[in-house]
Structures are given as C-alpha cells and as structure tokens.
Ligand binder design. Structure first.
Ligand code: SF4
Length: 242
C-alpha cells in the first residue's frame, strides 16, 4: 500500500467531487483548490455563482480507504471563501437593547443573575405575612451595584449638576419646594421634581437646579413702549393755541 498513491487519488478526484456537487443540486464553477485533510480525505473547492453568496465556494470532501479502493464522497457543503459576503455576527436581543428602546406593551425581564438586583431577604417567613400591610412583597431588590450605577447615570445625565440647565441655575433642587427626596440610601442625593413647568416626574440630583425653583420670585410683567397698554380712562390735557 502506498500512501503517496493514496494521496494522489484524493488530489485527482476533481471529477468525482464536481459530480457530487452537481448531484447535490449545485452548479460548480472553476476548481480553485484541493486541501488534503489527512491520509484518507481531501476537500475540493469550486467557485459558486449563487445570488446572495458572493465569495462562497462549493466544497466536496472525498475519501479513500486505500490506494486500491474507490474514492467516495463524504459530504458537499457551501463554504465562505476569502472576502465572502457574510451575515453580521449574531448579537442576542438582550445585549442589543439600549436605553429608550422599551415601548408600551414590551416586556423586559431581568435575568436571575442580573447584578443590579438582589433577593429581598426580608420577604420571607412572618414578615411576608404582613407584606400587604407594609407594602412589601418584592422578591428582589436593587443591589448596591445596581444602585450605584443608577446614581452615577442620573448624576451624569440631563438632570445632574453638570447639565446646561443646572450650570445656569442660581438655586439647587435640594432647597426647592418642588423637590421630593427619594426614599432609602439615595434620599440625600436624588429626588423627583414635581414642577410641571420644569423636570416634572424626573429624578433630579439634589445638586441640579433650574429657573423654576420655588424660591425664585415672579418678575413683574414687562412690556415694551411699543406694547404699553393704553389706559383710556386717563385724560391727557393739551394746551391749545389761542
Ligand atoms: S423646579 Fe427646578 S429646582 Fe425645583 S425641583 Fe424641579 S428641577 Fe429642581
């Protein structure tokens, strides 16, 4: 038995490979390469002219048991060649979603190992029995990491102290009557604005501020000479020439 003869059989099996592609429904073009995989198998590559598969190639894998045995076909596949048009790498939906994507009716569940949440340790035993009265009942709570991330986002965001609005404000939210402090660990650093003309309903940093602060006195109405109100109850007296 000659190993060289066996390899030659594999290399020379171009027609066998081409016929296998045709039998598989393909239309093989030029023979572009043969790759000897091991002592008993080789892959023959042919150009493929298929719509949507630019740069792809037909590949027929042939095999031989010995140099006096017939060459057989193991498989026929379509494979991408160099520079082939490929689909983008699949990214799971959970990794693609971004802030602002959530729409009415969407459901976005947190994974069991979501680092932003921790189990609610007090939601068990006897305490759970009075959950209804205390307003508890949450199975998971924000973790320190989740809380710190949120705080940083809010602090750096549109309602943080570095925003243009806050930079131009003379007073901060912490001293504003419209400021409703959050409960819990963030009580002293964040609250919700309840001023419908400002950041109404948004979490604002205690260091944020705006021109609608409750301590700002309303300005008296201003007008221009062009639009001075005309008081027709006032008589203007003009001297007349005799
Ligand atoms: S009105 Fe302005 S200063 Fe007051 S809480 Fe809202 S954003 Fe802060």
């Amino acid at each position: 038995m000659s190993l060289t003869a066996q390899i030659d059989l594999l290399r020379d099996a171009v027609d066998v490979a081409r016929e296998a592609v045709v039998d598989d429904g393909g239309v093989p073009g030029d023979h572009v390469a043969v790759v000897v995989e091991d002592d008993n198998s080789a892959a023959h590559y042919f150009t493929a002219d298929l719509p949507g598969y630019r740069g792809w190639r037909w590949c027929a894998v042939v095999a031989v048991a010995a140099d006096d045995e017939p060459v057989t076909v193991s498989e026929v596949v379509l494979l991408p060649g160099d520079g082939a048009l490929l689909a983008p790498v699949f990214v799971p939906w959970s990794e693609r979603i971004a802030a602002g994507d959530l729409q009415p009716g969407d459901q976005l569940g947190a994974e069991p190992d979501d680092a932003r949440l921790v189990p609610n340790q007090i939601d068990n035993g006897d305490v759970a029995a009075v959950d209804g009265e205390l307003g508890l009942g949450r199975r998971r709570l924000l973790s320190p990491e989740g809380r710190a991330d949120a705080a940083q986002r809010w602090y750096d965001g549109d309602y943080g102290p570095s925003s243009a609005m806050a930079q131009a404000a003379k007073h901060s939210c912490s001293a504003c009557g419209f400021y409703l402090p959050l409960a819990g660990a963030l009580r002293f650093t964040f609250g919700v604005c309840a001023n419908e003309y400002s950041a109404d309903g948004h979490v604002v940093s205690a260091e944020y501020g705006c021109g609608a602060h409750s301590d700002i006195a309303p300005k008296p109405p201003v007008s221009t000479p062009q639009f001075d109100p005309f008081d027709d109850g006032v008589l203007e007296v003009f001297a007349t020439a005799e």
